[in-house]
Design a protein around this ligand. Structure first.
Ligand SMILES: O=P(O)(O)OC[C@H]1O[C@H](OP(=O)(O)OP(=O)(O)O)[C@H](O)[C@@H]1O
Ligand SMILES: Nc1nc2[nH]cnc2c(=O)[nH]1
Ligand SMILES: [Mg+2]
Length: 181
């Protein structure tokens, strides 16, 4: 990380736009699971901001848990596994699991992760992402249930998303337009 470098970042989605959309998704989830509980899984690190904001907008009994994964190189691993760097603390058997992601790009992470979690016998398994870049998809087995915003094929940062571990703390989503010389 080189913190001396300065970058030109243009705002694409403001904090107000993000929070308004997240509140809508929270209300949808609350309605869908009324009378039941949900088990939110935050995929570290990118989805921390989205998960916490969304969790506050879901009016249901809830467990929040965290997972950290890294995908094996695509193509060569026929097992379709992900390497688990940090696993869940509790069993998800019989739970209404909602996987929370900041972005779906190639789809590899979620394709592998959802297969792995499905083997643990949840009652239901749902995918919720703040951003979706469908133009980049290389898999066809990721069915996303809740999408905040469909975005073009451009690299975004902020609201949890990083560029070389920087910019996660921006309260908005922006495009990196380049380095300021
Ligand atoms: O659809 P895919 O092509 O698999 O890409 C999406 C994944 O990549 C990013 O995470 P990353 O592995 O960079 O880690 P981070 O969340 O810690 O930034 C992002 O947060 C998603 O988890
Ligand atoms: N920060 C960031 N991470 C990603 N991972 C996959 N796509 C993206 C993106 O556009 N921005
Ligand atoms: Mg991530």
């Amino acid at each position: 990380m080189d913190f001396s470098k300065k970058y030109d970042i243009s705002v694409y989605l403001t904090e107000e736009q993000l929070n308004k959309r997240i509140a809508e998704i929270g209300a949808q989830i609350t309605e869908k699971y009324r009378g039941q509980s949900v088990y939110l899984i935050c995929i570290l690190k990118g989805s921390i901001f989205f998960t916490t904001e969304l969790a506050k907008r879901i009016d249901l009994p809830m467990t929040m848990d965290f997972m950290s994964v890294s995908s094996y190189g695509s193509g060569t691993e026929s097992s379709g596994d992900v390497k688990i760097k940090k696993d869940l603390e509790h069993s998800i058997e019989g739970e209404n699991v909602i996987i929370i992601e900041d972005i779906i790009d190639s789809g590899n992470t979620l394709s592998r992760l959802s297969k792995l979690l499905a083997k643990r016998n949840p009652k239901s398994l749902t995918i919720c992402t703040l951003l979706d870049k469908p133009e980049r998809r290389v898999v066809d087995d990721v069915n996303v249930d809740y999408v905040g915003f469909v975005i073009p094929d451009k690299f975004v940062v902020g609201y949890g998303l990083d560029y070389d571990q920087r910019f996660r703390n921006l309260p908005y989503i922006g495009f990196v337009e380049g380095e300021i010389k």
